[in-house]
Design a protein around this ligand. Structure first.
Ligand SMILES: Cc1cc2nc3c(=O)[nH]c(=O)nc-3n(C[C@H](O)[C@H](O)[C@H](O)COP(=O)(O)O)c2cc1C
Ligand code: SF4
Length: 458
């Protein structure tokens, strides 16, 4: 009798991912669906009993949600002008304009626009483009991060489905500016409709530039840029240590520009209207516009283009129409691995530094409101369980700590000292934003919901 099953060589990689290709109906277990679970408890129960967890289907406006739901959200512009939502279709005028200037001039324009990355960290886009532009390599890549893993976000999905050429034009302009010869779109596995639309757009785009779509396999951490590059290379998608940064040594060791879908989608407008016009929108160090997605507990869940500087309260109350039912307990912006905005701080302006100042983040722009039907204990357990499930396992505190905290919460043995020790280790030693994000979430809960958190301890 064989006692040990031989593991085929590809198993260590496949075992990392949560769901290889499947045509089965998926039911979402992400944060937007979790806080709305009371609207359809039976569907939520089904989500919890699925063999593979699904943490966002990009349908948070109809949460709790299922993959077969084809409804679309409200989409509106609430800034002085539409930037990302200004339709461009297959004209590629901005690309031809860009190619009539030097690559160096395009990099200067992006620097002058003060555009910052929309994937989460808000890194200056022009600075990243310059870093790739100055690399001497004759092979370079441009990669669009379309993994959109933050539960609560459906921004990139709607951009790709509604105006795929906008993303392709932004990527082709970036490639011209930095000297890249190939563009890869790393697309979230759950976004099957976006895949078909993008593929059609690539086939009909009359541009002399090569695009390729690479599909993800349901792992949140693959949205982290170095894990994503490993995934594209067919390696086990653990996060890479840095330096070197992808700008110097990225895909297959070549200089690589990684930007989020919304970042690329902003570029054609900047080229056509000029960096000064773009910079005139927004405020402080957060210039231009941002797409935000509001979850189903809002009166008007949907996708909105807003200008930086608008108070969070206006987004929630005027644009989002307040909550449909119940009273607001808090707002989670930019995914669950970030700080929560309590109702008392809703007048904070929506900007990178301003939200950071209250322990929250712009992140990718998903906005999930929750009400009193969700207790802080339940929310903490949900977020830690998400982090434990999605950890890549490279850092010990993240790999073991998240799971240990969930277990202790569930069997009511959690001690304050255990909490403090693990959270502090994750804050200090995590290699990527998943571990540090858990720490930010925990610190924010401790600061704004200290009394409720105390009830979680033994
Ligand atoms: C755990 C984790 C998940 C991430 N997921 C995404 C994602 O789904 N989409 C994205 O654009 N960036 C994501 N990021 C950020 C990327 O690593 C990277 O900073 C971003 O794609 C760069 O693009 P930008 O400069 O245009 O923002 C994630 C980061 C971490 C740590
Ligand atoms: S913090 Fe967690 S997800 Fe990020 S590299 Fe470390 S183990 Fe992996």
């Amino acid at each position: 009798m064989r006692l040990v099953q031989r593991i085929p060589p590809e198993a260590p990689i496949d075992s990392f991912y949560h769901h290889p290709e499947s045509n089965q109906e998926m039911i979402c277990q992400g944060t937007a669906c979790f806080v709305a679970r009371g609207l359809n408890p039976r569907l939520w129960e089904q989500a919890c009993f699925q063999e593979k967890r699904v943490y966002c289907l990009g349908r948070c406006y109809a949460a709790p949600s299922r993959s077969s739901d084809e409804s679309l959200p409200i989409v509106e512009v609430h800034s002085r002008c539409a930037v990302v939502m200004e339709r461009i279709g297959p004209s590629y005028e901005a690309l031809w304009m860009a190619r009539s200037r030097t690559p160096g001039r395009i990099v200067e324009d992006i620097e002058a626009s003060e555009l910052r990355g929309r994937g989460g960290a808000g890194f200056p886009t022009g600075r990243k483009w310059r870093a790739v532009h100055r690399q001497p390599s004759h092979i370079k890549y441009v990669v669009a991060n379309a993994d959109e893993g933050d539960p609560g976000a459906f921004i990139d999905r709607i951009i790709m489905e509604d105006d795929p050429h906008r993303l392709l034009a932004g990527m082709a302009i970036a490639a011209y500016a930095v000297g890249a010869s190939k563009g890869i779109i790393y697309l979230r596995a759950e976004y099957t409709r976006a895949h078909d639309i993008l593929q059609k757009a690539i086939n009909e785009a009359r541009v002399d530039f090569e695009f390729q779509i690479v599909r993800g396999h349901g792992s949140y951490v693959c949205g982290e840029e170095t894990a994503m590059l490993n995934s594209i290379e067919g390696k086990r998608p653990e996060v890479r240590t840095r330096p070197p940064y992808p700008t110097e040594s990225g895909l297959f060791g070549r200089p690589t520009l990684v930007n989020n879908v919304e970042t690329f989608a902003t570029v054609p407008w900047i080229i056509q209207h000029g960096p000064e016009t773009y910079r005139a929108l927004g405020f402080s160090k957060s210039r231009g516009t941002k797409l935000v997605s509001l979850n189903s507990l809002f009166g008007r869940p949907g996708l909105y283009e807003i200008e930086f500087g608008i108070p969070v309260r206006r987004i929630c109350e005027e644009i989002g129409g307040g909550l449909k039912n119940g009273s607001l307990r808090g707002v989670i912006v930019g995914g669950p691995l970030a700080g929560i905005i309590p109702p008392s701080l809703l007048d904070t302006p929506f900007g990178f530094e301003e939200l950071q100042g209250i322990g929250a983040a712009v992140g990718h722009g998903g906005i999930v409101a929750f009400d009193e039907s969700t207790s802080i204990r339940e929310l903490v357990e949900h977020v830690l369980s998400f982090a434990a499930y999605e950890s890549c396992g490279k850092c010990t505190p993240c790999r073991i700590g998240n799971a240990a905290l969930v277990r202790s919460l569930q069997d009511r043995s959690l001690k304050r000292s255990q909490w403090d020790e693990i959270i502090s280790a994750m804050a200090r030693t995590s290699l990527c934003g998943l571990g540090t994000g858990v720490a930010e979430f925990a610190q924010s809960v401790s600061r704004y919901y200290g009394k409720e958190l105390a009830s979680c301890f033994r």
